[in-house]
Design a protein around this ligand. Sequence first.
Ligand SMILES: C[S@@+](CC[C@H](N)C(=O)[O-])C[C@H]1O[C@@H](n2cnc3c(N)ncnc32)[C@H](O)[C@@H]1O
Length: 248
Amino acid sequence: MTGFEFPGQYYEVIRKSFRDVDAETAYFSTWLEKSGRASGGRVLDLGCGTGTNLRALRERGHTGVGVDTSAAFLERASALGGDGVDYVRAAITEFDTAETFDLVVCVFATLNLIPPEQLAPLLRRIRGWLKPGGHLVLEAAHLLGFVDAYQPYMIAHHEADGVLLTRLVRTTVNGHTACWRNEETIVARDPDGTVSMHANRFDQWVLTAPQIRDALTASGFAVVAEHGGFRDAPPAPIGKGPLVQVAA
Ligand SMILES: C[S@@+](CC[C@H](N)C(=O)[O-])C[C@H]1O[C@@H](n2cnc3c(N)ncnc32)[C@H](O)[C@@H]1O
């Protein structure tokens, strides 16, 4: 499966449809402040994509490291720059560092892209990358969200910065492994009228909130907050809603 190897500027168009980077940045900043870092914090972004979160945090005086497997996305992240922000091309399950951080984040369903048996070992390694008093922010797509969003075939349009994208998506589900296979074709029309097509195929593992909570606890973390997104709202009692879990 080859996922997330298409031009990073197109990923950013899609990301804008789903995400509120200002809310994410405010949320991360709050946890950095709780770690005693109103500015000058060091952040590790696991599955950093095109570096959107690290760039926004840099504007608030924080620096860090982004880790991702996508050469195309990291090329975009590096081109957009930012002193004190470094990018490493690696799988988060294989990445290692001697540095420790005030905040580690793994968001926008990146956690769902690693096989579930690798979750606990990854969390144990993340513990070693946190400074005392530091925090880990996880945002995974969870079971109800998958159920609510399931469509075997989907067409979606995204438009930003003069670029029009159409995603043609086929989703197949393997109930035995709780794995959702996403096979997408992305059609992009640039502002000058140039049209291109890109394949994006990836597997996502369905996770549940208790499963992540248990893996955090078993890895020596304490869950200190759970929110229904990047605001102070509690998780929705019923229905899909995002799930953000913070551990220390
Ligand atoms: C949905 S995107 C989220 C990116 C970023 N966190 C954001 O908020 O824009 C998922 C990212 O995970 C990356 N990815 C997938 N599998 C990975 C792995 N095993 N290790 C590191 N990154 C991975 C993809 O290349 C992609 O950039």
